[in-house]
Design a protein. Structure first.
Length: 288
């Protein structure tokens, strides 16, 4: 009897895994780009608005999902990298660099380590009212330890208006955007105010509203997770590139520099970088 129970459990587990894999195919790069929402003004615009609706969760949990990313200055821009350690409990070469640099006790190394520190973000599933044809999207914004961030501007709406994600009588929110300048002169978008609309259904067509509300795509499907080899290359100061002739990513760099990774010293081009926006979002927020 025990053997039959084990057999049934194993087969049931396998069937569920197969169903899950078949029902959640990986998104293409093009589909992924359509699935993220960025509250960013185009170059040349100084002010603007974005209107969106936060989608409800099927299990009644908070729509704001915590996620962790590294922000690394590479190839002339700041790029966010999914942190496998904080998100999945797996090895993160970038976190190894951070820990090793902090462990030296040198102030210069501690300052350098900060660029490898993993940062907390929130990701929320929304409908972009200006692009409803794209379906549900994911909006990622940074946690602010001073309580002056995006989430801190949204929470008062929940406190004063109740569940604004309710598909029957929830509320759209309006983001008032403005362009700001860092001390070094670079421009970036800030969310000045978060306002709300009058109560309204998620969509006048109940079938469309149900389709949006029951969409099974998660933020992990949109924000790509790089393989550990890729993160190792980044930790060494290299810039991984796609080689069309070989049909794969290639790693390696001949320039010099030094950084600690996984307990060993490796030649790299790593230089110290200070985020001009401190605890705000960087100007470009791509999902990969």
């Amino acid at each position: 009897m025990a053997t039959n129970n084990v057999l049934d459990a194993v087969l049931n587990q396998y069937e569920q895994a197969q169903q899950k894999n078949s029902s959640t195919p990986k998104l293409s790069q093009e589909d992924r780009l359509k699935r993220y929402f960025a509250a960013v003004l185009p170059k040349g615009e100084k002010q603007g608005q974005r209107r969106l609706r936060i989608l409800p969760t099927e299990d009644g949990s908070s729509p704001f999902k915590e996620a962790w990313f590294h922000e690394i200055y590479i190839d002339g821009k700041t790029t966010k990298f999914y942190d496998p350690d904080k998100n999945d409990g797996e090895r993160s070469p970038l976190t190894e660099v951070y820990d090793d640099l902090r462990a030296t006790g040198k102030e210069s190394d501690k300052k350098l380590a900060d660029q490898y520190r993993t940062r907390k973000f929130y990701v929320v599933k929304v409908i972009d009212r200006d692009n409803e044809q794209d379906g549900p999207k994911f909006w990622r914004f940074k946690h602010n330890y001073k309580n002056e961030g995006v989430l801190d501007k949204i929470i008062p709406l929940f406190r004063s208006k109740g569940d604004i994600t309710n598909p029957e009588n929830g509320r759209d929110i309006i983001l008032e955007l403005a362009m700001a300048k860092s001390p070094k002169g670079s421009e970036y978008t800030v969310i000045q105010t978060v306002m709300y609309e009058d109560p309204a259904p998620l969509h006048e067509d109940k079938e469309q509203a149900t389709t949006w509300a029951t969409d099974t795509t998660t933020w992990r499907d949109v924000y790509s997770k790089k393989p550990v080899e890729y993160l190792e290359a980044i930790a060494r100061g290299e810039t991984p590139r796609w080689d069309s002739a070989l049909g794969k990513m290639v790693y390696g760099d001949s320039t010099e520099g030094e950084v600690v990774m996984g307990g060993t010293k490796t030649q790299t081009t790593t230089t110290s970088y200070e985020d001009p926006q401190a605890n705000a979002d960087v100007d470009e927020d791509l999902p990969f």
